[in-house]
Write a protein that binds this ligand. Structure first.
Ligand code: LLP
Length: 385
């Protein structure tokens, strides 16, 4: 089964381009709102997954907050209508300029990752006569069992503060006059499909909360569990909406929130991955001695995930219903890593055919580059073509 695309409309559009299915995005957002709403949890969309202005507007209109990792992301969210009171700002290397801008906008919270960072936030807030809300990112040392480049919650990773150091760091922060510690922040990795990793995270948070209560006598009002829920790259047509019901139920079942405590999460990929597709055209079909190559006009400059993480994206020929043949599907970039898929079954393919690279809405358009002086891919919503 192939995806349902308006191929007649695509015929007029220059390739490669991103195509976003607004209906599917809406259904996905509805599911997030319904399932998180059951427990009063608050979702902040992880903007790093896709900062396309029109998508941001749809996501903010649905009532989600935003999780940003740069001053420019904070700015893009404010411009796209996210209330500052729902914006969190994370990242190990926030610059003074980014912190100052976020302070001026009165964002909900800085997810801070080190003592020197909190000290700088304190100084800059003092200079503005403000008090900044800070959540501390804790490294829970939970293995997310995902790709090494997107595992973040282990002690060896650069993110967050290690559990052993936490009580000391909390005491230090409490001594600073222009920051208020309002929560703890966690993130264990991305593309997590085995929910038991999130159960492990819950257990770690429960233990930590017990310990902080008994040693320091404190309970913080917010717990942020980060993002990470995976999507089904193999079957985007059968399972287009991630299982948010099970995801949120896992936290409701395993995490012991204290009374008045609010749970926040930061889904990125699970919000936008399936609604986005990279549409490309076949420039040549090249028959070698061993393999047949489909050479696309899209390359890793448009979608870097296969080259960078060996990740799988389903590839469909939208122009052909002929019998299946086996091809390596590659891009035009002068690097041998510019391969979208090896030994893929595609309907018999010829020059000019339209090809869809599926599940490309997250970490696709936003990670595009101009290497080889290529143009950045354009993007269209289903509602505007
Ligand atoms: N919160 C924090 C603190 C994060 O570091 C991330 C992702 C998220 C939330 C959102 O995670 P998600 O729900 O999207 O899994 N470029 C890679 C993924 C990098 C993820 C980085 N952090 C990829 O294409 O797979």
């Amino acid at each position: 089964m192939k995806g349902n695309f308006p191929t007649n409309k695509f015929a007029k559009i220059e390739t490669p381009f991103y195509y976003y299915d607004v209906n599917l995005l809406q259904q996905t957002l509805d599911s997030i709102k319904t399932e998180s709403g059951k427990y009063g949890y608050e979702a902040h969309y992880a903007v790093k997954a896709n900062a396309n202005r029109k998508l941001l507007e749809i996501i903010s209109a649905a009532g989600l907050g935003a999780d940003c990792v740069s001053g420019n992301e904070v700015k893009a969210c404010i411009e796209a209508g996210f209330p500052a009171s729902k914006i969190v700002f994370a990242g190990v290397g926030k610059t003074d300029k980014e912190i100052n801008y976020s302070l001026s906008q009165d964002i909900f919270c800085f997810n801070a990752e080190s003592v020197p960072e909190v000290e700088v936030i304190n100084q800059l807030a003092a200079a503005k006569g403000k008090t900044a809300s800070v959540a501390l990112r804790v490294n829970p040392n939970v293995d997310a069992h995902t790709h090494a480049k997107i595992t973040t919650g282990l002690n060896e990773n650069k993110f967050g503060i290690n559990l052993e150091m936490l009580p000391e760091v909390i005491k230090l922060i409490q001594s600073l006059p222009n920051v208020t510690l309002i929560g703890l922040h966690f993130h264990i990795g991305s593309q997590i499909t085995d929910l038991s990793a999130f159960e492990d995270l819950c257990v770690r948070i429960n233990d930590l909360q017990d310990e902080l209560e008994s040693t320091l006598g404190i309970t913080l009002p917010n717990i942020n569990i980060g993002g990470g829920l995976g999507i089904n790259y193999e079957h985007p047509n059968h399972l287009p909406i991630p299982d948010f019901e099970s995801y949120f139920r896992t936290f409701n079942k395993h995490l012991r929130l204290r009374s008045g405590q609010k749970l926040h999460c930061e889904p990125g990929r699970s919000v936008v991955a399936q609604c986005g597709n990279l549409i490309s055209r076949v420039t040549y079909v090249k028959v070698g001695t061993v393999k047949k190559f489909v050479i696309l006009d899209a390359g890793f400059t448009d979608l870097v995930r296969p080259a960078m993480y060996d990740s799988y994206h389903r590839i469909e020929n939208l122009s052909s219903n002929e019998e299946y043949e086996t091809y390596d599907v590659v891009g035009p970039i002068c690097e041998s890593s510019d391969v979208f898929g090896k030994d893929r079954e595609l309907n018999k393919t010829k020059r000019g055919d339209l090809i869809a690279l599926r599940s490309a809405g997250a970490y696709g358009e936003i990670m595009a580059s101009q290497y080889n002086l290529r143009e950045l891919p354009k993007a269209y919503l289903s509602t505007e073509i």
